[in-house]
Design a protein around this ligand. Structure first.
Ligand code: FO1
Length: 324
């Protein structure tokens, strides 16, 4: 069984760990289409937070408590940069993590595309999935905010980390998306998929940015495989992160129903451009309905890897049901 999953950072990575535990690697493959809109260049180094979060989480190198960056991390480089008064000082640049950025940057500088770099980094981490960036082209999500000096676009990471997503966002712009093309293997994986899953990642700045790459949304809509999403919103709030701040900025309520409707139904043709055939919501949101989408209520709190595996199992079972 070929499973393709759209995923962002922490929530997506934890879900993927459960998915990997659920499928039989002898007869199944998992291809992850990862968000690269969070990427930034920092002190001359190219940082790919969501790709690294998936790679570290599935490779056993993640710091479980933070959900990002390396376990057993130290911060000497960050402290030394701060001692020089070098900006930005707000980004958590770990010493072990710097090695990943150094390898990535030298390969990019040598002319390798991000997909080849990611594949090379995964040789060390053996994540047990094929991790594809959504595109080899540069796409960087910027957030429109109103500052005293007027409306400005700041990098997503500055908004997310420096400002803690507390600056009201007037909108999100995946800069470069319109000129980007899907990375090698992305469209082929979608076309060959037996199941397509939308991980419980941030619907706006993770899933939404992946879908902003021309060709990906249409490929999913015309795929033979059933498309099943998992709600990142449980009981009206995101399980972690600030998806609610992102959803508010685009006028979508923080509810499983609203996010399901935001993704839309693939059925019913129409200009809706919807993706979903099935939508998993948390037990407590069992009254959720999404027109023309099969909704299933299951426990969606990834309290531990076993819970994530159960969620993945439920998503695959719903997909099998939808295929009948
Ligand atoms: N998230 C934070 O909240 N603070 C940080 O200092 C931080 C540093 C960081 C470094 C490397 C990396 O791969 C991820 C990092 N993240 C940090 C998470 C990052 O902001 C992700 O983009 C978000 O978690 C959204 O997926």
């Amino acid at each position: 069984m070929n499973v393709v999953t759209l995923a962002g950072g922490i929530g997506g990575a934890r879900f993927l760990r459960g998915l990997r535990a659920t499928v039989d690697p002898r007869s199944s493959t998992i291809t992850v289409i990862g968000n690269t809109g969070d990427d930034l260049t920092l002190h001359g180094l190219r940082v790919c937070p969501d790709l690294d979060t998936v790679m570290y989480t599935l490779g056993g190198g993640i710091d479980e408590e933070r959900g990002w960056g390396r376990a057993d991390e130290t911060w000497q480089v960050k402290e030394e940069l701060a001692a020089y008064g070098v900006e930005p000082a707000w980004f958590g640049l770990g010493d072990r993590d710097v090695a990943t950025h150094l390898v990535r940057t030298r390969m990019l500088d040598a002319g390798y595309p991000l997909s080849a770099v990611t594949e090379a980094l995964c040789v060390r981490w053996s994540p047990g999935v094929r991790l594809l960036p959504m595109s080899d082209d540069r796409v960087e999500t910027h957030v429109l905010v109103d500052l005293p000096e007027g409306r400005r676009a700041i990098h997503f990471q500055e908004w997310w980390i420096k400002h803690g997503a507390r600056l009201p966002a007037a909108g999100f712009v995946p800069v470069g998306a319109e000129d980007a093309t899907p990375a090698p293997g992305v469209l082929a994986a979608i076309a060959a998929a037996d199941v397509i899953l939308v991980a419980p990642s941030n619907p706006v700045v993770s899933i939404g940015v992946i879908l902003a790459v021309p060709g990906i949304r249409d490929a999913i809509r015309s795929a033979a495989a059933p498309v099943v999403g998992l709600s990142p919103i449980v009981g009206g709030a995101p399980v972690r992160g600030m998806a609610d701040a992102c959803l508010a900025a685009i006028g979508v309520d923080s509810s499983a129903a609203a996010v399901g409707q935001h993704y839309g139904a693939r059925a019913g043709g129409g200009g809706g451009g919807g993706l979903l055939d099935g939508w998993l919501v948390h037990d407590g949101d069992a009254d959720t309905t999404v027109p023309e989408v099969r909704v299933l209520a299951v426990p969606l709190l990834m309290t531990d890897p076993a819970a994530a595996a159960a969620m993945a199992r439920a998503a695959l079972d719903l997909a099998a049901d939808l295929s009948r």
